[in-house]
Design a binder for this molecule. Structure first.
Ligand SMILES: Nc1nc2c(ncn2[C@@H]2O[C@H](COP(=O)(O)OP(=O)(O)OP(=O)(O)O)[C@@H](O)[C@H]2O)c(=O)[nH]1
Ligand SMILES: [Mg+2]
Length: 395
């Protein structure tokens, strides 16, 4: 390129920066957060059984009390996480002088009468694994939660394990296994079966237990069980809120990429001149906002508006399309549905990798503006995506 051409290209890019509205990214993030909603978990159990440790292990630290408890019980607290994808109703257990089942019913009624965004989706009823039976108050409370239509998982905390010999693998102690069996089919002192309406049992330890059971365990199983039991409309919020599984988050983020890929193909059903590739920017920015929501990122903290606009031009649209044409002239001077979809998909994958790196602490917030170029899709990635689409389409 001559100097004149260079500066003309620079001026065009400045024009494009002006055309792209970084607000689209923030709007998409906000809308996605609202769409995902909140997963509310009731966590019940006596003082010190390990409720807070369990919540921290599955959802991370940094939950803050909202200051709104329940008027009915002193012990009930409501907490939310930073992006409000999670609400925790922390039930401290019994209150002296009240019938436990009644108390649960009263509390559930108050929650039910309150705002929808705080309605409970599942219950973790926590008991230390060193017990051997549930008490009558436990049974009454579990029954009351289940009667309210809620799935109750009995969570054994601080699960005692021993080393299996030979082999040396940790396995629950015989006492814990007997307790779990009793919970699965409970009976009273006369040997009569007891009705216990639970949806599952999880054997967990939220922290390393040293010689009483080794590393934290059972948390992934508890999460999977909870996800399977949660109502459909609360599942995405649970995926966003949990901090145990990156693959769960990735799968959710990819839904946004697939949707944006389809939307881009539709937008280019009548091929778009490369010069107008910026037309895809709103779709791509929307997708990026949705992905950021899955990784619980606060974009306003992450990047300046100027940086976002620059990112949009670099990552999105024409810069890429131009290099694509240079590399494979056969693509032509227009962006057709296949190329549009491939551009968007590659952009989404790059942004997903960046969001994941920030989320996992591999890239510090104040480094994002410096490193995002490393995560922008390359023309080669786009070409591969185009070729893959052609093979799939039989062309
Ligand atoms: N060994 C072991 N200790 C645990 C485990 N989970 C929690 N603890 C310990 O048990 C104590 C109580 O844990 P918390 O998580 O504060 O219990 P809680 O149910 O929230 O207690 P309250 O909020 O006071 O009702 C702490 O010292 C934890 O470190 C576990 O899995 N194994
Ligand atoms: Mg606690």
């Amino acid at each position: 390129m001559t100097d004149n051409q260079e500066s003309a290209a620079g001026a065009r890019e400045d024009d494009e920066v002006a055309q792209i509205d970084p607000e689209a990214l923030h709007t998409a993030l906000r809308e996605e957060r609202a769409r995902i909603g909140r997963f509310n978990l009731a966590i019940v159990g006596g003082t010190g059984v390990g409720k807070s440790s369990l919540v921290n292990a599955v959802f991370g630290e940094g939950l803050a009390p909202t200051g709104v408890g329940l008027p009915v019980t002193r012990g009930v607290q409501y907490y939310t996480n930073a992006d409000a994808s999670l609400g925790i109703w922390d039930f401290e257990g019994f209150e002296i002088g009240k019938v436990p089942g009644d108390l649960v019913r009263e509390n559930l009624q108050v929650i039910e009468d309150g705002p929808r965004e705080k309605h409970i989706s599942a219950v973790w009823y926590c008991v230390t694994s060193s017990a051997d039976r549930l008490t009558q108050p436990d049974i009454d409370q579990i029954t009351a939660f289940a009667a309210g239509g809620l799935p109750v998982i009995v969570v054994l905390t601080k699960t005692i394990r021993a080393r299996d010999f030979p082999g040396g693998k940790w396995k629950p102690s015989a006492q814990v296994e007997a307790f779990a069996e009793w919970i699965a089919s409970p009976f009273d002192h006369q040997g009569e079966a007891i009705e216990l309406p639970i949806a599952g049992i999880a054997l967990t330890a939220a922290v390393d237990q040293g010689k009483h059971g080794g590393p934290a365990h059972g948390l992934g199983e508890l999460l999977d069980m909870t996800l399977a039991l949660a109502p459909d409309e609360a599942q995405e919020a649970l995926v966003v809120a949990q901090r145990l599984s990156l693959p769960l988050k990735r799968a959710l983020a990819r839904k946004a990429i697939v949707a944006a890929g389809t939307a881009s193909a539709a937008a280019a059903a009548t091929p778009i001149p490369v010069a107008d590739a910026v037309a895809l920017a709103p779709i791509q920015l929307g997708m990026m906002g949705r992905i950021a929501a899955v990784y619980q990122l606060d974009l306003k903290v992450m990047m300046s508006a100027q940086a976002i606009a620059q990112l949009a031009v670099q990552v999105v649209g024409r810069a890429l399309a131009r290099s694509l044409i240079k590399l494979i002239p056969a693509v032509g001077t227009v962006i057709n549905a296949t190329v549009a979809s491939a551009l968007t998909t590659a952009t989404g994958e790059g942004w997903l990798r960046l969001c994941e790196a920030v989320y996992s602490g591999k890239v510090a917030l104040d480094q994002v503006e410096k490193v995002w170029k490393d995560f922008a899709p390359t023309a080669v990635e786009v070409i591969n995506a185009v070729l893959k689409a052609r093979v799939k389409g039989g062309k």
